[in-house]
Design a protein. Structure first.
Lengths: 228, 96
């Protein structure tokens, strides 16, 4: 189903969010394919579901056009980051301030999908925490570096410290930073390789997908930076 | 140009000159690169305030942040499909 817009008020300020509930969205970029290193960032949170999230998958990357994206029956071409798999849960827990978050240890993968075939690289050893409190927006970024034969999928995730809300200004600074640095976050520059090319379709569209109806992923902001 | 020189007159509602010990130029030169074309060679471009010549550079100017959206122009409860918002995107969102 289509993503919907949800108004929340955080700290007295309106925050309209695109909610993905078993949904995907995509949008063609003005720069098209004029990039070799593209970073995609979101500022997001999830509502507390009160339980572990069973066997979830989240995708963030680039695809070719919007006709056949990552979650469609067939996909023209997609490459990016996947968090989660079909056999392992995101574990619900709390930090020292009783703020809810979901742990996704070692569940980050470079991934591609062409037609009906999804191919994942090796899982990356990382501790990634997803915000389970709608007032605490985390930063999540994936960076796609073109190469031959491998693309390197870098990512920026929340690590191990207590949950902190990220401002929009800080989020935008991090998206454009050469090397993002933020206390409690981890920048994994890889190489997290996935053999990939644009023969099936040029990568010109940002594309996100979350496969659970509850809880939905609430995206407060999205930003894309051409690093090179 | 000078900033707040001690004999500077002007402005509505004041009855006398500015009194200040700051008489020298404070803003020497600045450039935010907003006049450049993304992807252009920075060499030889003449732009910005306070410079007398173009840049000498071996780099290509890049406007780093190319697309962003905070969804604020969209209506609460509406579908994301078809919404036109944000900068740096070539078309509306598609969601399903």
């Amino acid at each position: 189903m289509a993503c919907s817009i949800l108004l929340r008020t955080i700290g007295g300020v309106d925050d309209k969010r695109a909610v993905m509930s078993q949904a995907q969205f995509g949008r063609v970029l003005t720069i098209g394919t004029d990039w070799t290193n593209l970073r995609i960032g979101i500022r997001y949170s999830l509502p507390d579901s009160g339980a572990n999230i069973l066997a979830p998958t989240f995708f963030m990357g680039v695809c070719s056009g919007t006709t056949a994206m990552i979650a469609d029956a067939t996909t023209t071409n997609f490459v990016g980051l996947r968090i989660g798999n079909t056999s392992t849960a995101f574990t619900r827990g709390t930090d020292a301030n009783s703020k809810v978050r979901y742990t996704t240890t070692n569940l980050a993968y470079p991934v591609k999908r062409v037609n009906t075939t999804t191919t994942a690289g090796s899982s990356v050893s990382t501790s990634n925490l997803l915000s389970g409190d709608t007032s605490l927006r985390f930063n999540l970024m994936a960076e796609i570096a073109k190469g031959s034969p491998n693309y390197n999928i870098k990512f920026f995730v929340h690590g191990t410290v207590d949950s902190v809300d990220i401002s929009q200004a800080d989020f935008l600074d991090l998206v454009a930073a050469t090397t993002p640095v933020l206390a409690g976050y981890t920048w994994n520059a890889g190489p997290n390789n996935i053999a990939c090319d644009e023969a099936a379709g040029a990568f010109d569209t940002v594309n996100l997908y979350w496969d659970k109806i509850t809880p939905g992923v609430e995206v407060s902001d999205i930003a894309i930076a051409r690093i090179a | 140009m000078g900033w707040f020189t001690d004999n500077m007159q002007g402005g509505a509602g004041f009855t006398g000159p500015w009194v200040s010990n700051v008489g020298s130029q404070r803003l020497i030169a600045s450039d935010d690169f907003e006049f450049y074309t993304d992807g252009a060679d920075l060499n030889g471009l003449d732009d910005g305030y306070g410079f007398t010549g173009g840049y000498a550079s071996r780099v290509t100017y890049r406007n780093i942040v190319k697309a962003q959206d905070d969804f604020e122009s969209l209506a609460d409860g509406s579908a994301l499909d078809g919404a036109v918002s944000g900068s740096g995107f070539a078309a509306a969102y598609v969601s399903r």
